[in-house]
Design a protein around this ligand. Structure first.
Ligand SMILES: Nc1nc2c(c(=O)[nH]1)N[C@H]1C(S)=C(S)[C@@H](COP(=O)(O)O)O[C@H]1N2
Ligand SMILES: [Mo]
Length: 332
Protein backbone atom coordinates (compact mmCIF):
# COMPACT_ATOMS: atom_id res chain seq x y z
CA UNK A 1 0.00 0.00 0.00
CA UNK A 2 2.67 2.51 0.83
CA UNK A 3 5.63 0.32 0.05
CA UNK A 4 5.46 0.34 -3.70
CA UNK A 5 3.57 1.90 -6.53
CA UNK A 6 0.71 -0.18 -7.86
CA UNK A 7 1.36 -1.94 -11.14
CA UNK A 8 -1.26 -2.24 -13.82
CA UNK A 9 -1.92 -5.94 -13.71
CA UNK A 10 -5.69 -5.95 -13.66
CA UNK A 11 -7.40 -9.12 -14.68
CA UNK A 12 -9.31 -8.91 -17.93
CA UNK A 13 -13.06 -9.15 -18.02
CA UNK A 14 -13.03 -12.11 -20.40
CA UNK A 15 -11.79 -14.54 -17.76
CA UNK A 16 -13.36 -17.84 -16.82
CA UNK A 17 -15.58 -19.47 -14.18
CA UNK A 18 -18.69 -17.32 -14.03
CA UNK A 19 -20.61 -17.84 -10.84
CA UNK A 20 -23.57 -19.46 -12.63
CA UNK A 21 -21.36 -22.26 -13.98
CA UNK A 22 -19.92 -22.95 -10.57
CA UNK A 23 -23.39 -22.89 -8.98
CA UNK A 24 -24.66 -25.47 -11.44
CA UNK A 25 -21.65 -27.67 -10.76
CA UNK A 26 -22.07 -27.39 -7.01
CA UNK A 27 -25.79 -28.18 -7.25
CA UNK A 28 -24.96 -31.29 -9.25
CA UNK A 29 -22.26 -32.36 -6.80
CA UNK A 30 -24.61 -31.92 -3.88
CA UNK A 31 -27.37 -33.99 -5.43
CA UNK A 32 -24.97 -36.66 -6.56
CA UNK A 33 -23.46 -36.60 -3.10
CA UNK A 34 -26.77 -36.99 -1.31
CA UNK A 35 -27.76 -39.87 -3.55
CA UNK A 36 -24.43 -41.64 -3.23
CA UNK A 37 -24.43 -41.24 0.53
CA UNK A 38 -27.95 -42.62 0.77
CA UNK A 39 -27.26 -45.58 -1.50
CA UNK A 40 -23.92 -46.71 -0.16
CA UNK A 41 -21.71 -45.98 2.79
CA UNK A 42 -19.32 -44.04 0.60
CA UNK A 43 -17.00 -41.77 2.58
CA UNK A 44 -18.05 -38.18 2.03
CA UNK A 45 -14.63 -37.17 0.75
CA UNK A 46 -14.95 -39.57 -2.17
CA UNK A 47 -17.27 -37.02 -3.76
CA UNK A 48 -14.84 -34.18 -3.95
CA UNK A 49 -13.56 -33.02 -7.28
CA UNK A 50 -10.69 -30.61 -7.60
CA UNK A 51 -10.97 -28.55 -10.72
CA UNK A 52 -8.63 -25.83 -9.43
CA UNK A 53 -5.09 -26.85 -8.60
CA UNK A 54 -4.74 -23.73 -6.42
CA UNK A 55 -6.95 -25.28 -3.75
CA UNK A 56 -5.00 -28.00 -2.03
CA UNK A 57 -6.60 -28.34 1.38
CA UNK A 58 -7.56 -31.57 3.13
CA UNK A 59 -10.47 -33.63 1.80
CA UNK A 60 -12.59 -33.24 4.96
CA UNK A 61 -12.50 -29.48 4.47
CA UNK A 62 -13.29 -29.65 0.77
CA UNK A 63 -16.27 -31.87 1.56
CA UNK A 64 -17.60 -29.51 4.24
CA UNK A 65 -17.25 -26.56 1.90
CA UNK A 66 -19.12 -28.35 -0.84
CA UNK A 67 -21.99 -28.90 1.57
CA UNK A 68 -22.21 -25.27 2.65
CA UNK A 69 -25.65 -23.73 2.55
CA UNK A 70 -26.63 -20.71 0.52
CA UNK A 71 -27.35 -17.37 2.14
CA UNK A 72 -29.18 -14.25 1.08
CA UNK A 73 -26.00 -12.15 1.09
CA UNK A 74 -25.01 -10.81 -2.29
CA UNK A 75 -27.66 -12.64 -4.27
CA UNK A 76 -27.93 -9.69 -6.67
CA UNK A 77 -24.21 -9.25 -7.13
CA UNK A 78 -22.13 -10.54 -9.98
CA UNK A 79 -19.04 -12.19 -8.50
CA UNK A 80 -15.68 -11.55 -10.13
CA UNK A 81 -14.26 -14.51 -12.07
CA UNK A 82 -12.32 -17.07 -10.04
CA UNK A 83 -9.18 -16.24 -11.98
CA UNK A 84 -9.46 -12.56 -11.01
CA UNK A 85 -10.02 -13.26 -7.33
CA UNK A 86 -7.05 -15.62 -7.20
CA UNK A 87 -4.55 -13.68 -9.33
CA UNK A 88 -4.97 -10.14 -8.08
CA UNK A 89 -4.11 -10.26 -4.39
CA UNK A 90 -2.56 -8.44 -1.50
CA UNK A 91 -0.60 -10.85 0.70
CA UNK A 92 2.66 -9.11 1.41
CA UNK A 93 4.23 -12.16 3.02
CA UNK A 94 4.54 -13.44 -0.56
CA UNK A 95 5.53 -10.25 -2.36
CA UNK A 96 4.22 -6.78 -3.14
CA UNK A 97 2.90 -7.12 -6.67
CA UNK A 98 -0.66 -8.21 -7.22
CA UNK A 99 0.40 -11.41 -8.99
CA UNK A 100 3.10 -12.36 -6.44
CA UNK A 101 0.82 -14.20 -3.99
CA UNK A 102 -0.54 -16.48 -6.73
CA UNK A 103 3.00 -17.17 -7.91
CA UNK A 104 4.61 -17.67 -4.48
CA UNK A 105 2.03 -18.83 -1.95
CA UNK A 106 2.40 -22.47 -2.99
CA UNK A 107 5.10 -22.75 -0.32
CA UNK A 108 2.54 -22.28 2.45
CA UNK A 109 1.65 -25.56 4.14
CA UNK A 110 -1.95 -25.33 5.32
CA UNK A 111 -2.54 -28.86 6.59
CA UNK A 112 -2.22 -29.61 9.46
CA UNK A 113 -3.12 -26.16 10.83
CA UNK A 114 -3.69 -25.03 14.38
CA UNK A 115 -4.97 -21.84 15.97
CA UNK A 116 -3.97 -20.65 19.46
CA UNK A 117 -6.76 -19.03 21.43
CA UNK A 118 -6.04 -17.04 24.56
CA UNK A 119 -6.30 -13.80 26.49
CA UNK A 120 -9.49 -12.70 28.22
CA UNK A 121 -11.52 -15.89 27.76
CA UNK A 122 -12.40 -19.02 29.74
CA UNK A 123 -11.69 -21.60 27.08
CA UNK A 124 -8.07 -21.39 25.94
CA UNK A 125 -5.71 -23.62 24.04
CA UNK A 126 -4.33 -24.62 20.70
CA UNK A 127 -6.97 -26.09 18.41
CA UNK A 128 -6.69 -28.10 15.22
CA UNK A 129 -8.56 -26.48 12.35
CA UNK A 130 -10.80 -29.52 12.14
CA UNK A 131 -11.87 -29.07 15.77
CA UNK A 132 -12.40 -25.34 15.37
CA UNK A 133 -14.77 -25.98 12.49
CA UNK A 134 -16.79 -28.65 14.26
CA UNK A 135 -20.34 -27.39 14.69
CA UNK A 136 -19.74 -24.23 12.65
CA UNK A 137 -22.41 -23.71 10.00
CA UNK A 138 -20.71 -23.11 6.67
CA UNK A 139 -22.50 -20.69 4.36
CA UNK A 140 -21.79 -19.05 1.09
CA UNK A 141 -21.53 -15.28 1.59
CA UNK A 142 -21.17 -13.16 -1.50
CA UNK A 143 -19.54 -9.94 -0.27
CA UNK A 144 -18.00 -6.86 -1.80
CA UNK A 145 -14.33 -6.42 -0.86
CA UNK A 146 -13.14 -2.81 -0.99
CA UNK A 147 -9.38 -2.34 -0.76
CA UNK A 148 -8.07 0.93 0.70
CA UNK A 149 -6.16 1.31 -2.60
CA UNK A 150 -9.55 2.08 -4.25
CA UNK A 151 -10.26 -1.13 -6.14
CA UNK A 152 -12.97 -3.65 -5.28
CA UNK A 153 -14.28 -7.10 -6.16
CA UNK A 154 -17.34 -9.21 -5.46
CA UNK A 155 -16.22 -12.48 -3.87
CA UNK A 156 -18.27 -15.63 -3.14
CA UNK A 157 -16.74 -16.76 0.16
CA UNK A 158 -17.62 -19.89 2.07
CA UNK A 159 -17.32 -19.37 5.80
CA UNK A 160 -18.97 -19.22 9.19
CA UNK A 161 -19.95 -16.41 11.50
CA UNK A 162 -17.10 -15.39 13.76
CA UNK A 163 -19.66 -14.85 16.52
CA UNK A 164 -20.42 -18.60 16.61
CA UNK A 165 -16.76 -19.37 17.15
CA UNK A 166 -16.22 -16.62 19.72
CA UNK A 167 -19.08 -17.84 21.92
CA UNK A 168 -17.32 -21.17 22.34
CA UNK A 169 -14.31 -19.58 23.97
CA UNK A 170 -16.49 -17.84 26.56
CA UNK A 171 -14.92 -14.38 26.49
CA UNK A 172 -14.81 -12.61 29.87
CA UNK A 173 -16.50 -9.25 30.38
CA UNK A 174 -13.01 -7.73 30.24
CA UNK A 175 -12.68 -8.81 26.59
CA UNK A 176 -13.23 -5.57 24.68
CA UNK A 177 -11.26 -6.41 21.54
CA UNK A 178 -10.21 -9.43 19.52
CA UNK A 179 -6.73 -9.66 18.02
CA UNK A 180 -5.80 -11.88 15.07
CA UNK A 181 -2.31 -12.95 14.04
CA UNK A 182 -1.05 -14.40 10.75
CA UNK A 183 1.49 -17.21 10.61
CA UNK A 184 5.07 -16.09 11.19
CA UNK A 185 7.36 -18.47 9.33
CA UNK A 186 10.03 -16.99 7.06
CA UNK A 187 10.73 -20.45 5.63
CA UNK A 188 7.24 -20.50 4.14
CA UNK A 189 6.68 -16.78 3.71
CA UNK A 190 9.61 -15.33 1.76
CA UNK A 191 9.00 -11.61 2.46
CA UNK A 192 9.28 -12.23 6.19
CA UNK A 193 13.00 -12.74 5.74
CA UNK A 194 13.52 -9.84 3.38
CA UNK A 195 15.90 -7.17 4.68
CA UNK A 196 13.92 -4.55 2.82
CA UNK A 197 10.59 -5.25 4.43
CA UNK A 198 9.27 -2.39 6.56
CA UNK A 199 6.56 -4.55 8.10
CA UNK A 200 7.03 -5.83 11.62
CA UNK A 201 5.91 -9.44 11.06
CA UNK A 202 3.69 -11.23 11.78
CA UNK A 203 0.76 -9.37 10.21
CA UNK A 204 -1.73 -8.47 12.93
CA UNK A 205 -5.27 -7.16 12.94
CA UNK A 206 -8.05 -6.52 15.40
CA UNK A 207 -11.71 -5.75 15.88
CA UNK A 208 -13.76 -4.28 18.67
CA UNK A 209 -15.81 -7.03 20.31
CA UNK A 210 -19.14 -5.80 18.92
CA UNK A 211 -17.65 -5.68 15.42
CA UNK A 212 -16.36 -9.21 15.80
CA UNK A 213 -19.80 -10.38 16.99
CA UNK A 214 -21.69 -8.68 14.15
CA UNK A 215 -23.41 -11.30 11.96
CA UNK A 216 -21.70 -9.91 8.85
CA UNK A 217 -18.23 -10.79 10.16
CA UNK A 218 -17.10 -14.20 8.98
CA UNK A 219 -14.14 -16.50 8.98
CA UNK A 220 -13.69 -17.78 5.44
CA UNK A 221 -12.36 -21.22 4.58
CA UNK A 222 -13.58 -21.43 1.00
CA UNK A 223 -14.03 -19.55 -2.23
CA UNK A 224 -16.29 -20.47 -5.15
CA UNK A 225 -17.27 -23.66 -3.35
CA UNK A 226 -13.71 -24.87 -2.98
CA UNK A 227 -11.01 -24.74 -0.36
CA UNK A 228 -9.52 -21.24 -0.11
CA UNK A 229 -6.43 -20.95 -2.31
CA UNK A 230 -3.26 -20.08 -0.41
CA UNK A 231 -3.03 -16.62 -2.00
CA UNK A 232 -6.44 -15.76 -0.56
CA UNK A 233 -5.42 -16.63 2.99
CA UNK A 234 -5.79 -20.38 3.43
CA UNK A 235 -6.81 -22.13 5.46
CA UNK A 236 -8.61 -19.57 7.63
CA UNK A 237 -9.01 -15.82 7.11
CA UNK A 238 -11.16 -13.05 8.44
CA UNK A 239 -13.65 -11.22 6.19
CA UNK A 240 -15.12 -7.92 7.41
CA UNK A 241 -16.97 -6.57 4.38
CA UNK A 242 -17.72 -3.02 5.62
CA UNK A 243 -14.05 -2.31 6.32
CA UNK A 244 -11.10 -1.76 4.02
CA UNK A 245 -9.58 -5.04 2.87
CA UNK A 246 -6.50 -4.83 5.07
CA UNK A 247 -8.65 -5.65 8.12
CA UNK A 248 -9.47 -9.04 6.56
CA UNK A 249 -6.34 -10.80 7.81
CA UNK A 250 -5.20 -14.02 6.17
CA UNK A 251 -3.84 -17.38 7.32
CA UNK A 252 -4.68 -16.88 10.99
CA UNK A 253 -2.77 -18.84 13.66
CA UNK A 254 -3.78 -16.93 16.80
CA UNK A 255 -6.87 -15.27 18.25
CA UNK A 256 -6.56 -13.28 21.47
CA UNK A 257 -9.25 -11.56 23.51
CA UNK A 258 -7.98 -8.28 24.90
CA UNK A 259 -8.96 -5.56 27.25
CA UNK A 260 -7.17 -2.90 25.23
CA UNK A 261 -7.07 -2.05 21.54
CA UNK A 262 -4.54 -4.32 19.83
CA UNK A 263 -1.74 -2.95 17.68
CA UNK A 264 -2.42 -3.60 14.03
CA UNK A 265 0.04 -3.83 11.17
CA UNK A 266 -0.98 -0.97 8.88
CA UNK A 267 -1.92 1.34 11.69
CA UNK A 268 1.54 0.87 13.22
CA UNK A 269 3.27 1.41 9.90
CA UNK A 270 1.44 4.63 8.95
CA UNK A 271 -0.99 5.72 11.67
CA UNK A 272 -2.12 8.91 9.90
CA UNK A 273 -3.02 6.90 6.78
CA UNK A 274 -4.54 3.70 8.17
CA UNK A 275 -6.74 3.76 11.24
CA UNK A 276 -7.80 0.96 13.56
CA UNK A 277 -11.42 1.19 12.44
CA UNK A 278 -10.80 1.44 8.68
CA UNK A 279 -14.51 1.56 7.86
CA UNK A 280 -15.12 2.14 4.16
CA UNK A 281 -16.04 5.82 3.97
CA UNK A 282 -16.26 7.80 0.71
CA UNK A 283 -16.26 11.07 2.69
CA UNK A 284 -12.93 10.55 4.37
CA UNK A 285 -10.11 10.51 1.86
CA UNK A 286 -6.81 8.76 2.29
CA UNK A 287 -4.17 11.51 2.72
CA UNK A 288 -2.77 10.63 -0.71
CA UNK A 289 -5.88 9.71 -2.71
CA UNK A 290 -9.65 10.05 -2.84
CA UNK A 291 -11.89 7.33 -1.44
CA UNK A 292 -15.02 8.65 -3.20
CA UNK A 293 -14.94 6.01 -5.94
CA UNK A 294 -13.38 2.65 -6.73
CA UNK A 295 -12.36 0.49 -9.66
CA UNK A 296 -14.64 -2.55 -9.65
CA UNK A 297 -12.61 -5.50 -10.93
CA UNK A 298 -12.37 -7.03 -13.36
CA UNK A 299 -11.79 -3.89 -15.36
CA UNK A 300 -10.17 -3.74 -18.75
CA UNK A 301 -8.06 -1.43 -20.82
CA UNK A 302 -11.15 0.17 -22.30
CA UNK A 303 -13.46 0.06 -19.30
CA UNK A 304 -12.13 1.40 -16.03
CA UNK A 305 -15.39 0.28 -14.43
CA UNK A 306 -15.27 3.09 -11.89
CA UNK A 307 -18.18 3.21 -9.46
CA UNK A 308 -19.09 5.34 -6.45
CA UNK A 309 -17.90 4.01 -3.12
CA UNK A 310 -20.70 3.48 -0.61
CA UNK A 311 -20.63 4.32 3.08
CA UNK A 312 -19.65 1.18 5.02
CA UNK A 313 -19.20 -0.43 1.60
CA UNK A 314 -22.99 -0.57 1.32
CA UNK A 315 -23.50 -2.46 4.59
CA UNK A 316 -24.69 0.54 6.62
CA UNK A 317 -28.02 -1.01 7.50
CA UNK A 318 -26.22 -3.81 9.31
CA UNK A 319 -23.38 -1.88 10.94
CA UNK A 320 -23.99 1.90 11.13
CA UNK A 321 -25.39 1.53 14.66
CA UNK A 322 -22.02 0.23 15.89
CA UNK A 323 -20.57 3.70 15.39
CA UNK A 324 -23.37 5.89 16.69
CA UNK A 325 -21.98 9.02 18.25
CA UNK A 326 -18.46 8.41 16.97
CA UNK A 327 -16.63 10.96 14.85
CA UNK A 328 -15.72 8.86 11.82
CA UNK A 329 -13.31 11.53 10.61
CA UNK A 330 -11.26 11.10 13.75
CA UNK A 331 -11.84 7.37 14.03
CA UNK A 332 -10.91 6.55 10.43
N1 LIG B 1 -1.59 -11.67 6.42
C1 LIG B 1 -2.04 -10.77 5.53
N2 LIG B 1 -3.36 -10.54 5.42
C2 LIG B 1 -3.84 -9.64 4.51
C3 LIG B 1 -2.94 -8.88 3.71
C4 LIG B 1 -1.54 -9.15 3.84
O1 LIG B 1 -0.68 -8.56 3.17
N3 LIG B 1 -1.14 -10.09 4.76
N4 LIG B 1 -3.42 -7.94 2.82
C5 LIG B 1 -4.76 -7.38 3.13
C6 LIG B 1 -5.28 -6.54 2.05
S1 LIG B 1 -4.56 -5.01 1.87
C7 LIG B 1 -6.37 -6.90 1.28
S2 LIG B 1 -7.06 -5.83 0.17
C8 LIG B 1 -6.94 -8.27 1.39
C9 LIG B 1 -6.95 -8.91 0.01
O2 LIG B 1 -7.60 -10.17 0.05
P1 LIG B 1 -7.65 -11.04 -1.28
O3 LIG B 1 -6.25 -11.12 -1.83
O4 LIG B 1 -8.18 -12.38 -0.87
O5 LIG B 1 -8.57 -10.34 -2.23
O6 LIG B 1 -6.20 -9.11 2.28
C10 LIG B 1 -5.77 -8.47 3.48
N5 LIG B 1 -5.19 -9.45 4.38
MO1 LIG C 1 -6.06 -3.78 0.63
Amino acid sequence: MIIRKRRQSDPLSSEITPHSVYKARRQFMRQAGAMALAATALPANALVTRPSPASAGPDWLATNILQASDSAFGKDEKPAPYSAITNYNNFYEFGYDKTDPAANAGSLKTDPWTVKVGGECEVQGEFALEDLLKGMELQERIYRLRCVEAWSMVIPWVGFQLSDLIKRFKPLSSAKYVEFVTLNDPAQMPEQKSRFSTIDWPYREGLRMDEAMNPLTIMAVGLYGEVLPNQNGAPLRLVVPWKYGFKSIKSIVAIRFRETMPKTTWNELAPHEYGFYANVNPQVDHPRWSQASERRLPSGLFSANRIDTQMFNGYGEEVASLYKGMDLRKNY
